[in-house]
Design a protein around this ligand. Structure first.
Ligand code: SAM
Length: 343
């Protein structure tokens, strides 16, 4: 197994059969983790990039079966932030040392292109030294172009799964894998730093699908990859499904770091929700980004994608000092910088 891990370290690739062997055998997981950490340090040193996450709306026109803010969840208490609300979050974040703001939300038809453009322009004009990342779902090429022209730098859109029959089990009929991938390609063509990714342990996921996802990630060569465990939400069709594994998520973070050494790789909120030291372990497994929450407290409580989503303490800006301390404890340092992809 160490030979395979060394091959992955040295060449940045493995065959599908080798990936399968690596995923099936956990005997050298610690060696894999160490090699991924070594690779991460060789590219990004011991800096941890922070992104201020602003959850701009939990209205969503979509009905993804796994998601707590799906349109069909009548129990969700809906909210949307205004441009001024979002700017206040940025003010607080800038003061605290954030130089990237991530605007994430459901696909809210009232937060239309004009709203996104106005908001991005307002942030970029007030904080020209900051990066703006958008994560507001599937749009047309024309809409993405407007966001890019307004100054947005990055876009996160997990592909969720690259296996068509799996995609169809996670989404209603009106959502297609084809359109998801079209969006990712458009975003890349427009010059965004793009992030794709999956939920680990989503219902119906199989090992062979994860291998296909890794192959897709390697070939698409995104600047960011977001992976976190699936966690059920009590008011969704998947409420009885079991959560994804923290250990498998950590292992996949290490594999992704070795497949794409320069990738910006968050230790996600879902990982932190499943395990109190989940995000520190994520950093030790090759991740180099953490996304603390800058949303107003009331919004944080309502942006419930899954049960018990972290929304206090270290998850919030109030907990930034605790986060810095926990990174120092494992030998890393929170950076005050945009934390761009290294070309
Ligand atoms: N609407 C945008 C989109 O589709 O990309 C952004 C918001 S969406 C809620 C952000 C991500 O949350 C999804 O890509 C999905 O992977 C993740 N997510 C949703 N429900 C989840 C759950 N139950 N467990 C873990 N992650 C979940």
């Amino acid at each position: 197994m160490k030979d395979l891990i060394d091959k992955l370290y040295n060449t940045g690739n493995l065959t599908d059969a080798e990936l399968e062997a690596l995923l099936l055998d956990d005997s050298e997981n610690e060696y894999l983790r160490k090699r991924a950490e070594e690779k991460r340090i060789s590219v990004y040193g011991r800096e941890v990039y922070i992104r201020g996450l602003i959850e701009i709306s939990n209205y969503c026109k979509n009905n993804c079966l796994y998601c707590g803010i799906r349109a069909g969840n009548e129990k969700a208490e809906r909210y949307r932030l205004s441009t001024d609300d979002i700017l206040s979050c940025c003010d607080m974040g800038y003061e605290a040392g954030f130089r990237t703001f991530v605007l994430q939300g459901g696909e809210d038809i009232k937060q239309d292109d004009d709203f996104i453009v106005t908001t991005v322009k307002a942030i970029k004009s007030k904080y020209p030294d900051c990066a703006v990342t958008l994560s507001v779902g599937e749009k047309s090429f024309e809409s993405y172009k407007k966001y890019r022209d307004a100054g947005a730098d990055r876009y996160l859109l997990r592909h969720e799964t690259i296996e068509k029959c799996h995609y169809e089990k996670l989404h209603p009929q009106n959502m297609t894998l084809e359109n998801r991938v079209r969006c990712l390609k458009d975003l890349k063509a427009l010059g965004f730093q793009v992030g794709c990714g999956i939920m680990v342990g989503s219902p119906y996921q199989e090992l062979k699908y994860i291998i296909k996802d890794l192959r897709f990630i390697k070939e698409f060569d995104p600047q960011m990859v977001g992976i976190g465990p699936f966690i059920p939400h009590k008011d969704t069709p998947f409420k009885e499904e079991k959560a994804g594994s923290v250990d498998l998520t950590l292992k996949l973070l290490s594999i992704i770091r070795l497949l794409l050494p320069k990738v910006l790789l968050p230790a996600t909120t879902a990982l932190g929700t499943m395990s109190t030291d989940g995000r520190s372990r994520g950093i030790l497994s090759g991740a180099n980004v953490i996304m603390p929450n800058l949303s107003p407290k009331a919004a944080r409580e309502k942006y419930m994608l899954y049960n018990n989503k972290l929304n206090t303490g270290i998850e919030s800006v109030e907990g930034l000092n605790a986060l810095k301390k926990s990174m120092e404890e494992i030998g890393y340092k929170v950076a005050v910088s945009r934390g761009d992809y290294i070309k």
